[in-house]
Design a protein around this ligand. Structure first.
Ligand code: FE
Ligand code: FE
Length: 299
């Protein structure tokens, strides 16, 4: 049919949620709490193959662009631009409302507004009796997705994250797409440590650019280290789910990755059609925001 639109060059996903829904397919929810995650069992490899065969064309194209364009130079350019935090002054709640203005091609009957994913994540953490900073982390963890509203393409906002400047791990989903990445032609980036040294610590490593790294720099120094790790590395699936890049980590990273792993199920498995009552929940969350991140933040 002539009116079929081609996949958009920069935005092949109907919505950012399409990437997260695909993650859930790759890392299905364990049958019972305490069960090992599926990818870590003996069946892991077969499931990974099935996952690849059944990936949607839009998701595959999204990963192709992500792996093609996330380079050391790209990451350095984005950091220089965004780490100045000179775009806007907004409170946390204003940022949530701003994120909620993100309109995409998704089906409004099945996709939840962004603010509802934030609240569902936070509410699940709250129900399990976790500390207040952990609940707040659930609420804010995806605020960096406002990068989309600043004009960034999907592949520079979401997607599994990974270090640049060293060899791309074969454990990264669709790793073969790195064949098109110009950094593959840079000799110094081809060894496991690349431009880094073994055990140097992730804080010294440039991660692919996206919503995790951006929000980390917005709230840095204002939340406990566990919360900052949850925010900064929640999309670093090659490490927190598949054990890659341990050679770049130091003891502090290994200790704090326990927090990243504790956070992940709340991010992946709490989406439901039961819609949170935003106005009713607001006072509780406003108190939480005022406790840790009062007033306006620089974005
Ligand atoms: Fe996220
Ligand atoms: Fe999320």
């Amino acid at each position: 049919m002539s009116n079929l639109k081609p996949l958009s060059e920069s935005s092949p996903l109907a919505s950012l949620d399409e990437w997260e829904d695909d993650l859930k397919r790759r890392y299905p929810e364990p049958a019972a709490p305490g069960d090992a995650p599926a990818a870590a069992t003996d069946k892991g490899e077969a499931q990974f193959r099935d996952y690849r065969a059944e990936a949607r064309a839009s998701v595959k194209e999204f990963y192709r662009l992500n792996h093609r364009y996330q380079t050391v130079d790209f990451v350095r350019t984005k950091r220089e631009d965004y780490l100045a935090k000179s775009r806007r002054k907004m409170s946390v709640w204003e940022a949530l409302e701003y994120l909620n203005t993100l309109v995409d091609d998704s089906d409004p009957d099945t996709e939840l507004p962004q603010i509802e994913h934030c609240l569902q994540t936070a509410e699940a953490i709250r129900r399990d009796g976790h500390p207040r900073w952990f609940i707040l982390t659930g609420l804010i963890h995806d605020l960096g997705k406002i990068l989309c509203l600043f004009g960034e393409p999907q592949w520079a906002v979401v997607g599994d994250t990974f270090p640049v400047g060293c060899a791309f791990s074969p454990k990264i989903v669709f790793a073969e797409f790195f064949g098109e990445n110009p950094d593959r032609q840079q000799a110094e980036y081809q060894s496991p440590c690349g431009i880094y040294s073994a055990g140097c610590g992730l804080d010294n490593v440039l991660m692919s650019w996206g919503h995790d790294e951006y929000l980390y720099h917005v709230v840095k120094g204002r939340l406990p280290p566990e919360a900052l790790y949850m925010i900064r590395y929640h999309s670093f699936y090659p490490a927190h789910r598949d054990g890659a890049y341990g050679h770049l980590m130091n003891a502090e990273d290994r200790r704090l990755f326990a927090a990243v792993r504790a956070f992940n199920p709340y991010d992946l498995y709490t989406k439901s059609q039961e819609r949170p009552l935003v106005a009713e929940l607001r006072p509780f969350y406003q108190d939480l925001i005022d406790e840790y991140l009062p007033g306006e933040l620089s974005w």
